[in-house]
Design a protein around this ligand. Structure first.
Ligand code: CP3
Length: 356
């Protein structure tokens, strides 16, 4: 039996309900900037060895929560688990990031891709979710996640990280229907995967569209947003009487917030290139907002960090509907002490923006 949620600020804020202060968590809060992560990873072997072992994935998820008073935990895993489970053969090379042994580039290869079964090939993920839920003891909610279809497709077609998206954009411009086939299959896989995470105990969901911002507006709607919208429509949004908030995050998507809000999600992630005050005006109460401090502020002095937190809180303004976060993942060379300064500053400085 899972314990009742003791700190529900994150859930409430993502659903635009009142809280006593602004909740805070950090994208990539578990990871290489933490010495205890690096130590465990060295013992385990590789990053995927951590992800595929539920006890180790749980331990890594909890590491940042032991250091900082965060308002949410995020499952330790990766967005590339789905393509790996489809048979693409995920591997990581130091300094070069993720890559696939078997990229997919044509209609035949795409048609042959299976929709992974979350209770078979991806059971290590749902097992990690239930282990983490149990170990969290209701302290804070657990966020489950996936990549967006477009973002996963970029890695699957390119075979790894890319600078100019030549393969995937080549496919998009020359054979759009083939790319649509892939995106549709990914959307179906993601719906099944995220619903399985909820079934296993995830209390909120987030979709990372890291590469939506490289598309021209028309293509963003056709090749990225359309499939995120399909996912939002297919997700289970309530479990045991609790709503499951869904957050969409398109990096560089500040100019499309109105369209994103229309998908029916609960919250939008915003990077640091958009002012939260403008974002709030645009979404006009339809959704909550998450963000949006430049992660590089954490290279600044303690005072500079506090000042930036204050500026962002003031930019959002009074009332509910703000989840404080960085505008993208924390950098691996950040001093862990600075992350503590950031989290504490949000705790301390946000109280005055909420009715006590
Ligand atoms: O936020 C969290 O704490 C949860 C864990 C998480 C990871 N990856 C752990 C990870 C999440 C939510 C992700 C999502 C992810 N993975 C995204 C979308 C979010 C974003 O940052 O835009 C993307 C694009 C990926 C793909 C990926 N996986 C990349 C680009 C890398 C870095 C590769 C490198 O060598 O720099 C990874 C590996 C990865 N995922 C690490 C972690 C902690 C580092 C692994 C290691 O070397 O220990």
């Amino acid at each position: 039996m899972n314990q009742p949620l003791l700190n529900d600020r994150y859930i409430k804020a993502a659903l635009q309900q009142p809280t006593d202060r602004t909740p805070v968590w950090m994208m990539r809060q578990a990871g290489r900037y933490l010495p205890e992560y690096r130590e465990l990873r060295a013992e385990a072997g590789s990053f995927m060895d951590l992800c595929t072992n539920p006890e180790l994935a749980c331990e890594v998820t909890l590491q940042p929560l032991r250091r900082y008073p965060l308002d949410a935990a995020i499952l330790f895993s990766d967005i590339l688990t789905i393509p790996d489970a489809m048979g693409l053969g995920l591997y990581f090379t130091p300094g070069e990031g993720p890559a696939f042994k078997n990229p997919v580039r044509n209609a035949k290869e795409i048609a042959a891709l299976p929709i992974p079964d979350p209770n078979q090939e991806l059971k290590y993920v749902t097992d990690a979710v239930s282990t983490i839920r149990h170990e969290l003891k209701g302290e804070v909610p657990l966020i489950g996640f996936s990549g967006s279809p477009w973002t996963l497709a970029t890695y699957m077609v390119e075979g790894g990280t890319t600078k100019n998206f030549s393969q995937v954009k080549g496919l998009m411009y020359e054979q759009p229907q083939v790319l649509h086939q892939l995106l549709d299959k990914l959307a179906d896989s993601i719906i099944t995967y995220l619903n399985a995470q909820v079934e296993a105990g995830a209390q909120a969901l987030m979709i990372f569209d890291t590469w939506g911002g490289v598309l021209i507006p028309r293509d963003y709607q056709e090749f990225s947003l359309r499939y995120m919208s399909k996912i939002v429509q297919g997700l289970v949004r309530e479990k045991d009487g609790q709503q499951i908030p869904v957050t969409l995050f398109t990096k560089g998507g500040g100019k499309w917030l109105d369209l994103m809000a229309a998908t029916g999600c609960d919250c939008l992630g915003v990077d640091w290139t958009t002012n939260l005050s403008e974002a709030r005006q645009i979404v006009d109460g339809k959704v909550a907002l998450q963000g949006n401090m430049d992660p590089s502020i954490l290279y600044g002095s303690d005072e500079r960090i506090r000042q930036e937190v204050e500026t962002i809180l003031a930019s959002y303004g009074h009332g509910s509907g703000h989840v404080f976060n960085l505008g993208h993942g924390i950098h691996q060379t950040v001093d862990p002490e600075k992350a503590g300064v950031f989290v504490n500053a949000v705790h301390e400085l946000s109280k005055k923006y909420h009715i006590q």
